[in-house]
Write a protein of this length. Structure first.
Length: 92
């Protein structure tokens, strides 16, 4: 095999490995783990890990008929919005 063909094969292999691992291009730190109930949790932050950008939270529930319901959602941090304050002594 010629040196040119070897270089081309190496570049193709490198490009293929980068496509296969998109997490290599993740912006900012990504932290992941599991809860004590073995449910996944992933936090994505800004580049300095000072502000939360999003969180992926997985959960599951056992149903009374023996089935199991599982789901996961990504939630995004947003700017504070003005809300309302309930009157003292009122609850929902």
């Amino acid at each position: 095999m010629s040196p040119k063909a070897v270089r081309r094969a190496l570049w193709v292999a490198l490009a293929g490995s980068l496509v296969a691992t998109p997490s290599a291009f993740a912006r900012g730190p990504v932290f992941g783990g599991t809860t004590n109930g073995n449910h996944a949790i992933v936090l994505r932050t800004d580049a300095k890990a000072k502000k939360l950008k999003s969180a992926v939270i997985a959960w599951s529930a056992d149903c009374h008929d023996g089935e199991r319901l599982s789901d996961a959602s990504e939630v995004f941090a947003t700017a504070k919005a003005a809300g309302f304050l309930p009157r003292p002594g009122t609850s929902r």
